[in-house]
Design a binder for this molecule. Structure first.
Ligand SMILES: [Ca+2]
Ligand SMILES: [Ca+2]
Length: 290
């Protein structure tokens, strides 16, 4: 009898071990019930903006007085392309209008001003509007603007998209407004016309880059010490789609260290949070001209 009990106990133990083995490999037992975290540990390379109130604010700095020349470029995967602002430095009601780069009806637009006054009747801002080409929703695209008093140029995926100027090419007013990525300040302290979707690899330059320069570096990450580079945000401030509730610093990879601060991001899920980006696919992408 005693021997039988030992045999039964052993059989029960073997059965229990076998059951646990099956459970671990049947794909049905949630990892978190086994005490294993599901959180990916990949460092982010992009940021998702909710289109409701998310934006990034960079305090004003003398290095952001672009005046006669500038370039902006970034990768975007927009969810809307109608009055969604990519980067702005302006406060219209207080006569502090420098510029705004935004999406409107699937086109890029760049509004800029020489005296900071954005009164439509007496001192309107100038606007360069994209005529040919389109910025689409739901796909990653590289967008770039170059500006000098000699003219402006838009590029989508490294290809120039001709546009039309309303107003004059002038020196751009040096506003004391903060630089903002993803939000626009019109007539009150409230921001509006938010960018909605993902963004990565945001770069600002203090000169008008050539098409060849844009094409040469759009598929590579920068070092941060490239000549003329004023801001470089690689969006690596959090973990991909994880709880990032304390990760609200947007780090500038240049020696200028013009860091931004995330505003109104939820920083918890796939939206309104640090996320992955097109950068993860750079090595597999077809280069322009190939
Ligand atoms: Ca004006
Ligand atoms: Ca938000």
């Amino acid at each position: 009898m005693k021997r039988l009990l030992i045999i039964l106990t052993c059989l029960a133990a073997i059965a229990l071990i076998w059951y646990n083995h099956i459970s671990d490999h049947d794909g049905l037992t949630p990892f978190n019930q086994r005490g294993i975290t599901t959180s990916p540990s990949l460092v982010s390379s992009g940021l998702h903006f909710d289109g409701i109130n998310d934006y990034v604010e960079i305090p004003d700095n003398d290095l952001l007085a672009f005046s006669n020349e500038l370039s902006f470029e970034c990768w975007i995967k927009p969810e809307a392309t109608d009055h969604n602002h990519i980067v702005t430095k302006q406060y219209c009601a207080n006569h502090q209008y420098s510029f705004s780069l935004f999406l409107h009806n699937g086109k890029l637009k760049f509004a800029f001003d020489e005296d900071g006054i954005c009164n439509a009747a007496t001192s309107p801002v100038s606007i360069y509007s994209m005529d040919e080409g389109a910025v689409k929703t739901g796909v990653w695209q590289h967008v770039a603007l170059t500006y000098s008093t000699a003219g402006a140029h838009f590029y989508v995926n490294g290809k120039e998209c001709p546009g039309t100027l309303t107003g004059n090419y002038t020196s751009i007013y040096n506003s004391i407004s903060p630089l903002r990525i993803g939000g626009y300040q019109l007539g009150t302290a409230e921001l509006t016309n938010f960018y909605q979707g993902m963004m990565c690899e945001f770069r600002s330059w203090n000169y008008a880059r050539s098409r060849e320069e844009i094409q040469a570096q759009m598929f590579t990450r920068l070092e941060g010490n490239e000549s003329g580079l004023v801001l470089y945000y690689a969006f690596d401030g959090g973990m991909v789609d994880s709880d990032n509730t304390n990760a609200f610093n947007l780090s500038d990879k240049t020696a200028n260290h013009l860091n931004g601060r995330l505003q109104n991001f939820s920083l918890r899920d796939k939206r309104s949070n640090w996320t992955g980006s097109i950068v993860d696919e750079f090595d597999n992408l077809k280069k322009p001209g190939n």
